[in-house]
Design a protein. Sequence first.
Length: 83
Amino acid sequence: MAGSSITQMALPVLAVLHLDASTAQVAWLMFLGQLPPALFALHAGALADRSLLCNGIVAFGDTGAVLPDGQIQEPRRAGRTAA
């Protein structure tokens, strides 16, 4: 995290000082640097939503769960057995 922040700050400075980049070139450099995380995050989120590891249950800690069809599942607390 800290390394990417330093790179994000230092890259435009280096582009101007060593490559004699114009304002437009630095703007494009910064835009293109932000583009891959945004594009990959959208696809990664969609892939995670459709993952086979997800069984469709939204869990609420130890308070139970709600199934996709709306049924409520009772909590399974350690040390308690179902009657």
